[in-house]
Design a protein around this ligand. Structure first.
Ligand code: CAA
Length: 397
């Protein structure tokens, strides 16, 4: 009998600025319904120059650590595809900023948007082997495309921090996933670029192929059917993608995909992403937080199906059981305050943030004025070293 392992806490953070898709449509000369209806997005979070994946991650993890003895954290598994250094792990910066114990392992993981799930599964298996482990799984990303490209409408940024332990107050991750890998060029970012390249339409087709194969693997190996699930969460590059994915799943299961059914089983998972945009490795878990925090139904003991997709590509379909009293361990009020409290940027301000990094690569020096109201910020880059600031303390890391 395996030790139950899963998610005890789930905290979300995103930048305190957003671009409204009406303003975006107006500036780009497009019909706003293309974004609201066609992609299912109404806002996108915009990263200020004094935040990056490290500050997104530290700001996401802070509420979890405030409620526990941080010396119990035994590992930090940090997933991202927006790496800030080819060598030093972003987790090491986070470890320093959060004052975590030195008896702790830290690693950065990458496989496009699938990295968060790889980190979660790794953590769950570590806990199954040693129930004393208390692992901080972090997924943080900044979705950034060329200005004026089709991908620009699907930007966003965000982080999730999850405490994984043998006391899974929110969700037990069940053993046995369905998975699929294929070497494809649907979305990629070579080391010399700061924006992603994407074959947009092809990427949506590969996503659906990975879903079909991962579902077939899962349903065959564990004899699960559609009726064994109460809710579904999907990787969310834009919310319409998840609606297409779920319609495909229902067809695969021989069911008619009607709007009422779609809304009931996955509608609440879309609410946060619709106003945050893509957060790559974090987006599935932003969707999970949205489901647990906005679905009025009591999901206790219900099974959730989760589909994780990472371009390149890997898909994994896995399952989780919702724990009793899960609502007592959510950060619902905090998340809703964060999302509602963001400042709306004009299109000009959005462009200024987009270009703020200038030619730092050559000089290795940049002083960053204060923009964010997040606790942790990037204060400067000096001699190619990133200097972070805890705004509630005096320390720079
Ligand atoms: N009213 C209502 N709907 C409208 C409309 C209007 N006025 N105008 C257009 N639409 C609809 C279109 O019909 C289309 O819907 P369908 O796909 O259902 O046909 C939708 O709006 C989008 O319109 P286009 O196809 O014309 O949009 P586009 O070509 O400009 O780009 C995109 C769309 C390919 C998704 C692009 O935004 C993109 O490349 N995004 C980045 C890649 C991405 O997110 N891929 C997802 C799968 S890969 C992945 O998941 C990993 C990841 O995180 C990146």
């Amino acid at each position: 009998m395996l030790t139950p392992a899963g998610i005890a806490r789930l905290s979300v953070y995103t930048a305190p600025f957003y671009l409204d898709m009406n303003d975006f449509a107006h500036a780009r000369g497009e019909d706003a319904d293309k974004f609201h209806v066609g992609l299912g997005q109404s806002r996108m979070s915009v990263l200020p120059p004094d935040e990056d994946i490290v500050t997104l991650a530290a700001n996401a993890a802070a509420p979890i650590l405030a409620d526990m003895d941080i010396n119990r954290i035994t590992a930090v598994l940090f997933a991202t595809e927006s790496g800030i250094d080819q060598s030093k792990s972003a987790g090491a910066f986070v470890h320093g900023l959060l004052g975590l114990p030195s008896r702790c392992r830290v690693i950065e993981l990458k496989h496009a948007c699938y990295g968060g799930t790889a980190a979660l599964q790794m953590a769950v298996n570590m806990v199954r082997v040693n129930p004393q482990e208390q692992i901080l799984v972090i997924a943080a990303d900044v979705a950034r495309y060329e200005l004026g490209s089709p991908g620009e409408a699907t930007q966003g940024c965000g982080a999730v921090a999850m405490l994984v332990s043998s006391q899974p107050d929110l969700l037990i991750i069940e053993p046995g996933s369905g998975y699929y890998t294929e070497d494809v060029m649907d979305f990629w970012r070579p080391n010399y670029r700061d924006t992603a390249l994407v074959d947009g339409k092809y990427s949506t087709m590969v996503y659906l192929t990975a879903l079909k194969n991962a579902w077939e693997h899962l349903s065959q190996s564990r004899q699960l059917t559609y009726q064994d699930f109460a809710r579904f969460c999907y990787h969310l590059p834009f919310t319409k993608m998840a609606i297409k994915a779920h319609s495909r799943l229902m067809k695969l299961c021989g069911l008619e995909a009607d709007e009422t059914q779609l809304d009931a089983v996955m509608g609440h998972s879309l609410a946060y992403n619709r106003i945050v945009g893509n957060s790559y490795s974090a987006s599935l878990y932003v969707g999970l937080a949205s489901l647990l925090e906005t679905d009025p139904a009591d999901l206790t003991n219900q099974r959730i199906g989760l589909f994780s997709y990472g371009s390149g590509c890997v898909g994994e379909f896995f399952t989780a059981l919702v724990s009793p009293d899960y609502r007592q361990h959510l950060y619902t009020g905090r998340h809703q305050q964060l999302l509602e409290g963001r400042k709306r940027l004009s299109f000009t301000e959005y462009l200024a943030f987009y270009h703020a990094f200038g030619d730092v690569e050559r000089s290795g020096n940049l002083e960053l004025p204060l923009h964010t109201n997040g606790r942790y910020r990037l204060g400067a880059i000096r001699a190619h070293k990133r200097l972070y600031v805890d705004q509630q303390g005096t320390s720079a890391s």
